[in-house]
Design a protein around this ligand. Sequence first.
Ligand code: FAD
Length: 511
Amino acid sequence: MSRPELPTEVDLLVVGSGPVGSAIARRVHEAVPSARILMADLGPRLTGEAGLHLSNLPAQERGELQAKSQGRDPRTAPGEDQALVKKYADRGTHLVAPRHEEQPEQEGMPAAVMSSNVGGMGVHWACTAPRPLDSERVPFLPEEELDAALGVAEDLLSVTQDAFEDTAGGQLVLKTLSELFDGDYPDGRHVQPMPLACTPRSGALPRWAGPDVVLGPLAHGGDGRFGIMADTICRRVLFEDGRAVGAVLQHLPSGTEFKVRARAVAVAADALRTPQLLWASGIRPHALGRYLNDQPKTVSSVQVKDGPAAGIEARGSVDFTGDIRDLETGRFWVPFADPGRTSHGQVMTLDTSPIDGVDPELFVGMVWYGAKEIQASDRVEFSTTEADAYGMPKMTIHYSLTERDREGIARARADQEKIAARLGDFLPGNEPELFPAGSSKHYQGTVRMGAADDGTSVCDSFSRVWGFENLYVGGNGVIPTSTAVNPTLTSVALAVRAAESISALLARENC
Ligand SMILES: Cc1cc2nc3c(=O)[nH]c(=O)nc-3n(C[C@H](O)[C@H](O)[C@H](O)COP(=O)(O)OP(=O)(O)OC[C@H]3O[C@@H](n4cnc5c(N)ncnc54)[C@H](O)[C@@H]3O)c2cc1C
């Protein structure tokens, strides 16, 4: 296997090419145009345009690329239950540690997944991108600074509430949700169309925003000062006296290991592998890997009695080969609110009428994510002796629900039952079900941000690792609060702040 040209020195090394690493690269590139930026991702490049969302491709082309993003399969142990693996791992992801039949579903996060490809989970995500509210927000960030960063993140991800055209089915669902829940909210908050990261297209599904959109011109290669190394794992961050000085990278197909020097390093390698890389580098603050926070996920679907169709026919032909998102005609938001509404609800309308043999009525899919009570004991632990399929420290996840979490889940279930009672009936076998821990794919807290270096956090309010001048972390792991909202927008906003800090550092050092 031939090896690519190996860089020896850059200004910024970004590890991980998902939406968060991409946001850091793009913002630093714009602020300090002379900076040489290298982005390394252990997975393959799937498309010419780096980080293109795979749902923008014809359905038939996706399968092979989704399979490529699943990375090296960590399941080497005999006896894994393949049916469970299939049920819990989304297309384009693989399970960290799939469950055996006898393992309780809510312990140890059996459904935790990762993607390993240029663009990360960002080429597969559902693009739901609302803002955090009330206690979901980071309390020690000045309100206006957080709002400004969220605004930039919305621009980077092209977030809109006009993703789908208005349909009679959508209006019925929105009216029903409003009647049921609007009374629970403070002034100004209400059920509404979901903010989604995409560009609407008349008569067609929206164009979904992947990391390609975040990267902007860099997705096509940039101007020679930016490069992406695919299939290249970061094995260790190198540091001296509180300064990251570079990293050890390895081009996986050829096995070539090499060092790159860097003035700043940003690790945005997802909420499980960012702490893994810090651990592997010998950077092990007390909070590393702790406060792991998933969002309990309750799911159901309803078939609407005598309802209007949701309007897919207006789209003309539908390209459907099994991915239900191709049939979506609208998405609505039942927001979080303190106190009481501890879940964030996502309601999709689907109209399957073009499918042979399926009743052409309006279908409504509901997903409720709950805010989890945060515990230091919920954690990912890294082995000092055993390695995973990539030769990095093996992970073991410790995770359990509390009494308060279970009360929140009961409220989520009750919300969905109220909706079903108004609209029609649950589809047989689709009554509200709590999915196994890890199903949300919204893992947070493992490299959390803090107001002070008091042992309960890993980084400061600009995502800089405590004790380091120039080492930054990014991704959902940075979020320190208990949230129910989909986290990517928040993580991109926190990355925008990290990029400001990195840019100031590089500008000071005259890049
Ligand atoms: C099917 C699906 C639907 C989702 N829907 C939503 C949604 O609607 N809304 C929402 O907010 N979130 C959603 N998510 C989650 C969302 O995709 C993540 O929040 C987001 O991608 C996180 O971005 P990231 O850049 O931090 O990490 P990722 O996108 O996971 O990227 C991390 C990258 O780091 C790379 N990496 C890891 N370790 C190393 C290493 N040592 N060296 C080099 N590279 C490394 C990986 O290969 C990967 O490409 C969804 C996820 C999935 C899978």
